[in-house]
Design a protein around this ligand. Structure first.
Ligand code: FES
Ligand code: FES
Length: 154
């Protein structure tokens, strides 16, 4: 069946079974391969995207659920995502890189909701994203590099 998906400001009409995981549609039909397939069961965060601003695991929602909603993937542009990309480079965060698009989307969601997160806020959100390379301390540093300049802003 035809489904309308709005991804990173573009509208796509896709033919996909309504129960197909959104991740499959994003990667295999639309070809946006920045969103990664890790566990496939909602446990690792590699497939994270924003759906109507909400942090979501695209392996665990259906394509029909996402119909007509605003989806942002790692290929998208949002202010915090752009700032985090730069901080990720400056802090030299990635190792193998496989989990990092999900990590960046989760960090974007965190900073969209909490301008200056505490360590606990960061741990709360980012603990849903697994990195087998153990880049957690550099991820936290990069998030703080973006958050800290905002401390003095009203
Ligand atoms: S692939 Fe979706 S949470 Fe792991
Ligand atoms: S950088 Fe390798 S899994 Fe996270």
């Amino acid at each position: 069946m035809n489904t309308i998906l709005k991804i990173n400001g573009k509208t796509y009409t896709v033919q996909a079974a309504s129960e197909m995981p959104l991740l499959w549609t994003i990667r295999d039909i639309i070809g946006l391969t920045g969103t990664k397939f890790g566990c496939g069961v909602g446990q690792c965060g590699a497939c994270s995207v924003l759906i109507d601003g909400k942090l979501s695991k695209s392996c665990s929602v259906t394509t029909s659920f996402a119909s007509e909603k605003e989806i942002i993937t790692i290929e998208g542009t949002l202010d915090n995502l752009e700032l985090l990309r730069k901080a990720w480079q400056e802090a030299n965060v990635p190792q193998c890189g496989f989990c990092q698009s999900g990590q960046l989307i989760a960090a974007t969601s965190l900073l969209n909701n909490i301008k200056n997160p505490s360590d606990e806020d960061i741990d709360d959100v980012m603990s849903a994203n697994i990195c087998r390379c153990g880049t957690y301390s550099r991820i936290k540093k990069a998030i703080k590099m973006v958050a800290e300049p905002k401390k003095d802003t009203p």
